[in-house]
Ligand binder design. Sequence first.
Ligand code: PLP
Length: 401
Amino acid sequence: MDNYYGPGRNHLFVPGPVNIPEQVLRAMNRNNEDYRSPAIPAMTKVLLEDVKKIFKTITGTPFLIPTTGTGAWESALTNTLSPGDRIVSFLIGQFSLLWIDQMQRLNFNVDVIESDWGTGANLEVLGSKLAADTGHTIKAICIVHNETATGVTNNLAAVRKLLDHYQHPALFLVDGVSSICALDFRMDEWGVDVALTGSQKALSLPTGMGIVCASPKALEASKTSKSVRVFFDWKDYLKFYNMGTFWPYTPSIQLLYGLREALDLLFEEGLDNVIERHTRLAKATRLAVEAWGLKNCTQKEEWFSDTVTAVVVPSYIDSSEIVRRGWKRYNLSLGLGLNKVAGKVFRIGHLGNLNELQLLGCLAGVEMILKDVGYPVKLGSGVAAACAFLQNSIPMIPSRI
Ligand code: PLP
């Protein structure tokens, strides 16, 4: 029995976990299988090749790990670095804060570059640190590509440019949890050494698989790094890759079939089209926010995120009440404001397997909620602004032309 039953579908607009497409649900609806039979290694071999495409890498080595984004962070750090190593990292929101906390708890020496929440990574400060570091004490730059708490996207190409400019050998580790499969991401071109994501975000799978991809330089570093690691040790995976059996421990069979289907859907739509769809949905959301007379938490256009929009509410409104109402009255799930921005922003996640009409349902819901909580919104204003843009920009569905 469902104690919290509501008719129709829940409009799931938190920025992860996201909606799982019907095709993926069906693909996962199957029994367990022997992962040592010839079938699962054969399937895994192809999955590992295909998953490289979402990172845009030829030279990277991917790992499919039974974990979440947090475990993927740990895998990236402990395989490539040693306790005491100096890491430069950016604190711009809740997820960059949590990653930094993990780095500190793992005994790395974190040099934090902090900026106001709603702004991007301060690359000027990074530049001066790299310029001063002629002895190459900085072993890694860690950055969250898309800060999910504030809706800020950082410029990874600019980070690579700085590293190259100063001919600095630091490893470049990137959290792509709320960006990969939704935003432009180019592991090889940007010289990213470890990129990672979680299955419940833009891949639109259930939670439970961390996908980590290591460059040849990162793999080399893993041979000498001294961090204690057991469950996340890449060496164990590589041993089984070499044997052709692929799994050092039991994978979720259902998630593997789900990943197969999720990748097929992404490739059928075309990765570039998927990215364009995210750009379109985000633009429509921002137009609605503007029409409501509300502000985006993100301070400058260059940092606007195409996967999540954090909307600032006037001080007389508690944004948590907006989220509560959405769920209780409209079967709509929005993201809460986290930590420093708790009560001040609510978040609209627009990532994953999502289309324009679904988004409009969410925007209509937000308008009614805003009215409920006493904000003087004109009903239909945001939806109209979004529709006016979308009606001119939605392409034909590629497979139906
Ligand atoms: N990194 C980012 C950017 C996130 O948005 C999240 C979760 O939302 C995480 C890391 C942590 O991932 P998980 O909750 O899967 O451990």
